[in-house]
Design a protein. Structure first.
Length: 428
């Protein structure tokens, strides 16, 4: 099979949750353990770090991988979803898994794998674990797919767990209250394994984490209580982070949410050093300053064009959109244009309620089955005073926004990772 044919096989035989939603969701670890046994437990051949949470886990995973790579480690990185190319999910020191490896893996193992009937995520996770073992990585940073307790990745035995934050998302699977969601995320906390909690503003959420950590004897670190002298300054589209140990850190990733991620990662680095990881000071500075080049991360308050300014961001729920709205309020522009779309299996009203009304909207849908129809989105948005036109695809919506925008306007593209995924190839 060719590479595109191989991907079509994976999508057809093992549907991807990100593309079709709940029909592809398989909670539980039974399939993961069966696959892991079939492949002789490849993740046991290297160290791992497990990263979960509602938002920010992708940025946190990439930044940790960048810092470890700059420290001289050979680093595997497994994240999801991908934006443009499936291979973004599986990287070693920033390099994507070769197309040939994906093809060979499917052709070699499909007859043994099919009887297990794994999900797309379960199989691609095991592909990543095996690839990392064959590449003889020193450590792999593994991002949770959905939730934590029942997520496929929860078969690993990591050196460190990180939970970035808790917000309302995927409630049909994780619960309708923040403590319920936190309990699912806390499922990655393991006996004797230190855990870093990035944000826990809600006292009930903190209690969930504290209780779980005590029950399994896991040291727990709340990032908001760590790092003496921490401060963050946003200026000229860039963060400058200061701590007593790392003054004047230049952070390449934009977006107001990155302040929290930076604190989380620095707390994790401190704990890894305590465990014996060799992470020199220059590696921390290099990782923060060059995370995009080192890992290939995209779509985090990313500037795509300067005149007019065009920015995209993968924030896709109320917890993430609130940072985007706050940042838009700080931007200087004449008029704001919003190319916006969401998925069809979430309550979108909390997001619509906080979006800026003084903007021209270009409602559209991404090229995945889960995408919400642009006309339906526009009808719901109108109830919140959001006005605009509907477009059949992201490309036509962006083209219309560019035609209507003056040089001193701002075009924002987002609402869903899939909107950003459709947009990025248009700006190569």
């Amino acid at each position: 099979m060719s590479y595109p044919e191989t991907l079509e096989y994976l999508y057809a035989q093992m549907p991807e949750y990100q593309r079709i939603g709940h029909l592809a969701y398989k909670p539980g670890l039974e399939n993961s353990h069966r696959l892991d046994t079939l492949f002789n437990h490849p993740h046991q051949r290297y160290r791992t770090i497990h990263v979960g949470g509602t938002n920010g886990k992708g940025s946190t995973s990439h930044l940790l991988a960048a810092i470890l790579g700059e420290s001289g480690y050979k680093v595997g990185l497994y994240t999801s979803p991908h934006l443009v190319d499936f291979r973004e999910r599986i990287r070693v020191n920033g390099e994507m898994v070769p197309e040939g490896y994906v093809i060979d893996f499917v052709e070699k193992y499909r007859d043994r794998v099919e009887p297990i009937m794994p999900s797309f995520f379960e199989l691609t996770m095991e592909m990543a674990f095996l690839y990392f073992a064959e590449q003889q990585v020193d450590v792999a940073v593994v991002e949770v797919g959905l939730g934590g307790r029942l997520d496929s990745t929860n078969i690993i035995s990591p050196d460190l767990c990180v939970i970035t934050n808790i917000g309302f998302d995927h409630m049909q699977y994780l619960g309708n209250t923040l403590p319920e969601i936190a309990a699912e995320k806390a499922g990655i906390i393991k006996s004797g394994v230190a855990v870093v909690i990035g944000e826990a503003e809600d006292e009930a959420v903190r209690e969930v984490f504290d209780t779980k950590a005590r029950s399994v004897g896991a040291p727990i670190l709340f990032a908001e209580r760590e790092l003496s002298g921490f401060s963050a300054d946003w200026n000229n589209d860039q963060w400058r982070i200061d701590t007593c140990e790392y003054p004047n850190l230049t952070y390449q990733l934009g977006g107001f949410a990155q302040e929290k991620n930076a604190r989380t990662v620095l707390t994790a680095v401190s704990e890894l050093k305590r465990q014996g990881y060799r992470i020199p000071e220059e590696a921390v500075y290099g990782g923060f300053a060059h995370v995009k080049e080192l890992t290939g991360l995209r779509g985090r308050w990313e500037l795509l064009q300067t005149r007019p300014r065009i920015i995209c961001d993968t924030g896709h729920n109320a917890h993430g959109i609130r940072y985007i709205v706050s940042q838009l309020q700080q931007e200087n522009y004449h008029r704001l244009h919003m190319v916006f779309g969401m998925v069809n299996d979430k309550d979108i009203t909390p997001v619509l309620a906080m979006l800026p009304r003084q903007a021209n909207y270009y409602f559209t849908r991404a090229s995945v089955e889960r995408a919400l129809d642009g006309e339906t989105l526009a009808q719901q948005a109108a109830a919140f005073g959001l006005q605009g036109d509907c477009y059949g695809g992201v490309a036509s919506a962006i083209e219309a926004a560019k035609e209507n925008a003056d040089e001193d306007d701002l075009i924002f593209i987002g609402g869903s990772s899939f909107i950003v995924a459709d947009a990025l190839p248009l700006f190569r």
